[in-house]
Structure formats: C-alpha cells, structure tokens
Design a protein around this ligand. Structure first.
Ligand code: SAM
Length: 285
C-alpha cells in the first residue's frame, strides 16, 4: 500500500494510506497532489504539506469565514487570498448579503484541479456571479489594488514557498490599506503548539498596523499538533464585543446550515490557553 507522508515537520508527522492518486504535478509554483484515503476522502497536499481533506475541511472553512463575516454584520465586499480549493469561497457564497467576492490565488492549477478532483469543496461556487477570480500573488495584489474590502480572508499555505510573503509585516500593512473602515483581516496562522514562532511573529507584525489583533482557534484533525490559530486584525474593537444574542440573530438571518460554526463557538474560539496568552504577552516585551 502506497503512503503519503507529510513533511511539514522533520521530527514527527502524519502518514496517509494512498488508495488512489487522482492528480499529481509540479505546477508553476508548487508540487500538487490529490489522492484518495479511506478515512479522509479526497486529500490535497502542496509541497509536502496537507492542505485540505474532504472529511475535516468544514471545520477550517466555516471558522475562517463565518467568524469575521458574522462579527462584521454588514460585509458586502470580501477578499480571499489563496483559497484555491474553493472551500472558503463556498462558505462566503452562503452569505447573500455579500455583494462581491474577489479571490486572488497564485496557482491556477490548484483552482482547476480542485474544480475537477475536489468538487465537494467548491460545490459550484466558482460559478457564482459575485466572484472575480484573479490569478496573482496575493501580496502583490493588496500592495497594488485601489479596491477596498470589508473582510479579508487569507487562506494561504504555510510560510514556506509562495506562501511566505503572506506572513510579512508589509502584507499585513497592505491588507490594512485595503480594508474599509471597520473591516477585519483574518488569516490561517498554523498550529501554535508546533509553530509557535508563526504565532508570535504574526502578533508582532500585526501590532504595528492594527488596534485589535489577536487569535481564535479551532481543532482540525489533519492540521496536526493541536488546535489551529487564525489571526484576527482590525481597528474596530467592537467586532469582538458583539453579543451572543446578536450573533445568534445574525446567524439566523444568514439562513444557512453549518456543520461546525455556532455563535457560542464563535465567542469561545477567542479564549486562548494560558501558555499562548503568555507567549503573546512576552512577544511585545
Ligand atoms: N487550508 C490550507 C491551510 O490551512 O494550509 C490552505 C489551503 S489553500 C489550497 C492554500 C492556497 O494558497 C494554495 O492554493 C496556494 O496556491 C495559495 N497561495 C500560496 N501562496 C500564495 C500567494 N503568495 N498568493 C496567492 N495565493 C497563494
């Protein structure tokens, strides 16, 4: 039996039985493989790192999408950086209040192969008339665009290879410049138990641009090593003060079924464990 061994960490890692390879190639930017596994369904990996699986993607995509959009309460223009598999796009499309979605993905092959081999991720969302798909480097896009957004979602790979630029102070500053007043940036920010530097670096780099910057968390089984962190960055401190009753009302008004997101989890996700609170406190000296 073939196996796919994730190479994100040298000292330890997860291994998947490969029942069938559906697609594999070295794209213009990265090594892309999509394979079938009996437990997780269809699995995509980029440059040796697991990106998404059919079985657990809902936790990640619902967490990274509905927390910022429902906290904002009136998001009309959304920017997705990365997100080539279409999972974030699918969840953003559930919000009928959103009027336009710009998605900036560096690797068109990820989009095309996800449409073909991971259809359950996008579920047709790439055909949504609100979508403007841009194949470009997300860091370059936010540095150059004059467009403004209410919510920016950075659904990137880890800070290795093409994803590295999406974890820099310049990128966060450019995102700040692209936000409408009251807007919010959220990003995939790794598994802090394994990638502590990533959390502390993001915290330091966002501190010079945003009044309210912190993290919220969710446990996604195939992002191994513990719960994953999502960075939260905004000048609108009211967004994290939205009451449970108000979130319940907004979620009910949004009128879609979730598999993971609940208003209670939304609020609870911002409660960080003591060791991370200390790391963040020490980070700013
Ligand atoms: N959920 C995954 C995770 O947490 O690691 C991310 C999945 S998504 C497939 C990551 C996407 O980021 C990929 O499609 C990759 O091509 C894209 N990406 C990486 N660097 C990028 C950049 N500089 N600009 C735009 N997209 C980028």
């Amino acid at each position: 039996m073939n196996r796919y061994n994730e190479t994100l960490y040298n000292a330890w890692g997860q291994s998947f039985a490969v029942d069938k390879v559906l697609f594999e190639e070295h794209t213009e930017h990265q090594h892309l493989i999509i394979f079938k596994n009996a437990l997780y369904g269809r699995v995509m990996a980029l440059d040796g790192v697991i990106q998404t699986t059919e079985a657990d993607e809902f936790v990640y995509h619902e967490s990274l999408t509905h927390v910022p959009i429902l906290a904002h309460g009136n998001a009309k223009k959304v920017l997705i950086i990365g997100g080539g598999d279409g999972g974030i796009l699918r969840e953003v499309c559930r919000h009928t209040s959103v009027e336009s979605i710009t998605m900036v993905e560096i690797d068109n092959a990820v989009v095309e192969m996800s449409k073909e081999y991971l259809p359950n991720h996008s579920q047709g969302a790439f055909d949504d008339p609100r979508l403007n798909l841009v194949i470009n480097d997300g860091a370059r896009f936010v540095a150059e665009t004059t467009d403004k957004f209410d919510v920016i979602i950075s659904d990137s790979t880890d800070p290795i290879g093409p994803g590295e630029v999406l974890f820099t102070q310049d990128f966060y500053g450019s995102c700040k410049n692209c936000l409408n007043p009251g807007g919010v940036l959220v990003t995939q920010n790794g598994v802090p138990f394994m990638q502590a530097d990533e959390l502390v670096n993001t915290y330091r780099r966002q501190s010079s641009h945003f009044k309210d910057h912190t993290f919220y968390m969710a446990a996604i089984p195939t992002y191994v090593g513990g719960a994953m962190a999502f960075s939260w960055a905004t000048d609108n401190e009211a967004l994290r003060q939205v009451s449970l009753d108000e979130l319940r009302d907004r979620f009910q008004t949004a009128h879609f079924e979730s598999k993971y997101y609940t208003p209670e989890l939304h609020l609870g996700a911002f409660a960080l464990p003591a060791y991370l609170v200390k790391q963040l406190k020490d980070a700013l000296g």
